[in-house]
Design a protein around this ligand. Structure first.
Ligand code: NAD
Length: 473
């Protein structure tokens, strides 16, 4: 596995960046530097965007089915390197290897591989009276991605963008970037026309900003923090550019009074802690009837204490480290804040877990008796901290769930499916699970409110990358 990277992928070839600066990639479990990537700059961005702009006309003329077939081949290339990919992401990010294998390495293959089928669900042409309405690519797409599900988030952008006939410049997260290089090795082997898809690495404020601002970029597609999303929204507004934003979340898991508490709380704790809670759809607020608060707290405690914290490569580990020292420190501060604001700490805390002084580990933490106006209930923590919030009745639960600047996801549990559905329809989020409904990679994914706009995945995700033209005859 090559983790020492000193070239960018621009105009169909690996090429030296304009400068000689590199950035270290850290393994958050060992705190060792596991590799390097080029620290690109605005000149590299300019070359990549010009290559993408130059390739647009030819690529947009390739029949859509052929483009989708190219994209589907990326899935085959990734499948051939599945184990290597899973180990790489576990190294860079710290997610336990079994989950990395399934999610970090598996999900991108599903996305790339689904494109021929997804394309068949979208009408590329339709007639409205004398108008022939055609869907065309938006143009040059700038894709800027985060570190928590790195290749999945890249796939959700590159796969539909290319299928729709756009050309792309990718700026992956500098925190977990090595998987993107592996992807581009796969792409290189496919022999896509030069310039169709390009990779420039570096920091957000330098490479990301230059990319978003480039006058030849027609659309920005961004996943990351709400703060960066707002900044990019301003850039897009100044240039009247299309932008799709997938941002943060603070999802509520509403457990109604007739729910099977063991099942609902257990599933909720699992969901909250997946990937050390570095998940935008993590259900970090657990809403329980006040009459069952103690019972729910006990079950959450048992589930939290059953977490196995440690080396993500070891069999049986369920909770790896956080991605970086900065992230760990941020999360510990939130835990201290929860205590200071009067929430009841049930388990965990801001000290390092016992025996784990090396690596960016945080104890699985549960707070109960949390009030929804506390910082830990309002802000996205991105670390293993669950807040249990009591409510009076269903209306109150809905009110609390919706009392958030975010609107990404959530869950409802009830012994009565119709009752759960009724509550689910009142929650202002882009997705919601009912009674353990499982993740559906083809269902539209995205946010209400400050969780962003636009949808990813499946046919809704593909539609984001088309302009609509009316040809009047
Ligand atoms: P981040 O906003 O710090 O960085 C995301 C990307 O933006 C990185 O590639 C970064 O280099 C780049 N960037 C940073 N500053 C920039 C600037 N000024 N101009 C252009 N690009 C810039 O986010 P992160 O810490 O990498 O990711 C965590 C966040 O992502 C969390 O808030 C999480 O909720 C969110 N997220 C959302 C979804 C979703 O689909 N809604 C999915 C995963 C993560």
């Amino acid at each position: 596995m090559n983790t020492e990277r000193d070239e960018l992928f621009i105009d169909g070839a690996w090429t030296s960046p304009s400068g000689s600066q590199t950035m270290p990639v850290e393994n958050p479990t060992t705190e060792d530097v596991m590799g390097h990537i080029p620290e690109g700059d605005a000149q590299d961005v300019d070359r990549a965007v010009k290559a993408a702009a130059g390739a647009l006309d030819e690529w947009s003329q390739v029949p859509a089915e052929e483009r989708a077939a190219y994209v589907a081949k990326i899935a085959e290339g990734l499948a051939a390197r599945q184990t290597e990919l899973a180990e790489l992401v576990t190294g860079e990010l710290g997610m336990p290897i079994n989950w990395s294998n399934m999610i970090q390495a598996g999900l991108p293959q599903l996305t790339f591989g689904s494109m021929p089928d997804v394309l068949s669900q979208v009408a590329l042409e339709e007639e409205i009276g004398n108008a022939l309405v055609v869907r065309e690519p938006r143009g040059v797409v700038a894709a800027i991605t985060p570190w928590n599900y790195p290749l999945h988030q890249i796939a959700l952008k590159i796969a539909p963008a290319l299928t729709a006939g756009n050309t792309v410049v990718l700026k992956p997260s500098e925190v977990v970037p090595l998987n993107a290089f592996l992807l581009f090795e796969v792409i290189e082997e496919l022999g896509l026309p030069a310039g169709v898809v390009n990779l420039v690495t570096g920091t957000g404020p330098v490479v990301g900003q230059a990319l978003a601002e480039h006058s030849l970029v027609d659309m920005i597609t961004f996943t990351g923090s709400t703060g960066t999303g707002k900044r990019l929204g301003e850039v897009a507004a100044r240039q009247v550019k299309r932008i799709a934003l997938e941002l943060g979340g603070k999802s509520a898991n509403i457990i109604l009074d007739d729910a099977d508490l063991e099942q609902a709380v257990g599933a909720g704790v699992f969901n909250c802690y997946l990937n050390s809670s570095q998940t935008c759809i993590a259900q970090t607020r657990m809403l329980v009837p006040e009459s069952r608060l103690d019972e729910a707290t006990d079950i959450a405690l048992t589930n939290a204490q059953a977490q196995v914290v440690g080396d993500p490569m070891a069999e049986g580990t369920t909770l790896g480290p956080l991605v970086s020292a900065a992230q760990r420190d941020r999360v510990r501060n939130y835990i201290d804040k929860g205590v200071a604001e009067g929430a009841t700490l049930v388990t965990g805390g801001s000290e390092a877990p016992e025996g784990l002084d090396k690596g960016y580990f945080v104890q699985p933490t549960v707070f109960t008796n949390v009030s929804n106006d506390m910082t830990i209930a309002q802000e996205e923590i991105f670390g293993p901290v669950l807040s249990i919030i009591p409510y009076r009745d269903d209306d109150h639960a809905v009110e609390i769930a919706n009392d958030s600047q975010y609107g990404l996801s959530g869950a409802v549990w009830s012994g009565d499916d119709d009752r759960a559905m009724g509550v689910a329809r009142r929650i202002r989020t882009g997705q919601i699970e009912v009674n353990g409904g499982s993740f559906n990679p083809m269902a539209p994914f995205g946010g209400y409110k400050q969780s962003g706009h636009g949808r990813e995945a499946g046919k809704f995700g593909l539609e984001e990358f088309f302009e609509v033209k009316a040809i009047l005859r």
